[in-house]
Ligand binder design. Sequence first.
Ligand code: F0G
Length: 474
Amino acid sequence: MTTTQAQEYLKELAGWQLVEGKKIAKEFKFPRYLDGMAFAQRVGELAEREGHHPNIHVFYKKVRIEIWTHKIDGLTESDFILAAKIDDLTPWPPSPSPPSPLPSEGEGRQRGEGVGERSCWPGVYAHYRAFLPPIADEHIVTLLEGNTPLVRARRLEERFSLPCELYLKCEGANPTGSFKDRGMTVAISQAKQAGAKAVICASTGNTAASAAAYAARAGMRAFVVVPEGQIALGKLAGSMIYGAHVIQIQGNFDRALEIVRQLAERYPVTLVNSVNPHRLEGQKTAAFEICDVLGRAPDYHALPVGNAGNITAYWKGYCEYFSHKKIAKRPVMLGFQAEGAAPIVLGHPVENPRTVATAIKIGNPASWSGALQARDESGGLIATVSDAQILEAYKLLAQLEGIFCEPASAASVAGVLMLAQQRYFGSDSLVVCTLTGHGLKDPDTALATTSAKAITVRAELNEVLRAMGLELTP
Ligand code: F0G
C-alpha cells in the first residue's frame, strides 16, 4: 500500500500515526498502571486470535502499540482493521481523550457525556453517538438501555452437538424487557428535540410498553393501539403502569398499524413504530455491541421476524461497521417467522396470522423490503418454524441455559437448531441468536408450557422433605 493510501485509511482512525511509511502507532493513556497492563494483555490476546504481531510497549500509565509488517508491499488493509479493533478494546470513552477524574470519596463517577445519568454505561445514544442522528445532550431521553449480555450457550451446543459456537444476545435485559428500548431512546429523544408533546404506536405489546416508559420519562403523552386480547400480560401491565392511553382494537396488529399511520399524518402526534427511521437507527446498536464484544462480526446472525424492523436494523448496523472498517466481514442473516404468520416466506400478506408467539403475529410487515435486502445482500435466508419448535426452544433455553425469554424470541434458536440438523453451519462458525424479549412478559405461556406443578404442603419440615422425595433420617 502507498503512503497516500495509508493516509486515507488513517482518516477513519483517531490517534493512529504513520511512522516511517511502514508502521502505524498509537499511544493509549490510562488512569492507573494496572489498567494499561490489562489493556496490553487484551491487545495481545486479540493479536493472537487474528494472527497479527504488533509491538506492545508498556510504560507507566501508557501503552504504545505499533502495527507493522515484514511484507514487501508494506501495510495492508488488515493492519488498519486490527487498529480499529484495538480501539474497540479501550474502555468508554475511548482514548486519547483524558481519563475522567476518579470520584472523590462518597461520590459516584459521573459519566454519560452530560446526559446526567450516573453509570459506567451511558446508554446507547451517548455511547454510539457518532453513528446516530445528531442530538443535543439535554434532549436525550434514556433509561441506560443497551450493553446487554452476550452469553455463550454451551449446554445447547453440547446437547445438539452443534459444530458452531452459539451466543445469545439477551435483549430482555433492557429496561422495559425488550430490544425496543434501543430504538425508543432515539425516537423519543428526537421527538423531544422536535418539540413533540405526544407519541403513538401500534403494537403487539413490547413497542407499546417501551414507548409508554420513554414517553413518561420525557413528559409526553403516549397512545398505544393494540389488538384486544392478543398481547401478553406483562406488556399490557407495563403500558398501563407507565401511564399510556391504551386503546384495544377488535382487530389485529396490521389493522392497528394502518390506523396509527393515518392518525399520525393528520394529528400532532409522533409515530414511534419502526416505520419511524429513528427507531431502526437505535436498534442497529445491538449489532455494534456484538462486534465490540466479540472483536469481530459473527458468521451467522439469527432473529425472529415480525414487522421486520429489527432484521433491517441489524443489517444496517453490520453494514455501517463494515464500511467503517470496524469489522472485516458481515454475517449471514437468518430470519425466522412463525409458520402461521409467515408472509415473507410465503411471498404474500397473511390475512389472519396465527401463532403462540404473539409478538410476531403479524401478516403484513412494514419493513418487508428491508428484510429481503438483509437476506439477499448477506446470502442468508428467511424460513418458518412451527409453534411446537418455538415452544421447545423456549423450554430448552430456560432449562439448559437459565435464560427465560418470551416465545417469539425463541424462534431464533428454534430456527438455528433446525438448520443445524440440516448441517447448514460450517464447523467452527460463530452464530449469534437475538433473544428479543424477557420471558416475564408472558407468564401465561410459561405456566401453560411446563408440565411441572407447584406442590402445596403443610408448613412442616417433614412435609417439605417428603415433597422433595426424601425421608427424615432418624
Ligand atoms: N420479538 C419480540 C419480543 C417482539 O416484540 C417483536 C416485535 C419481534 C421479535 C419482531 O421484531 O417486528 O422488528 O421484526 N414486536 C413489535 C411490537 C411488533 O409491537 O412490540 P420486528
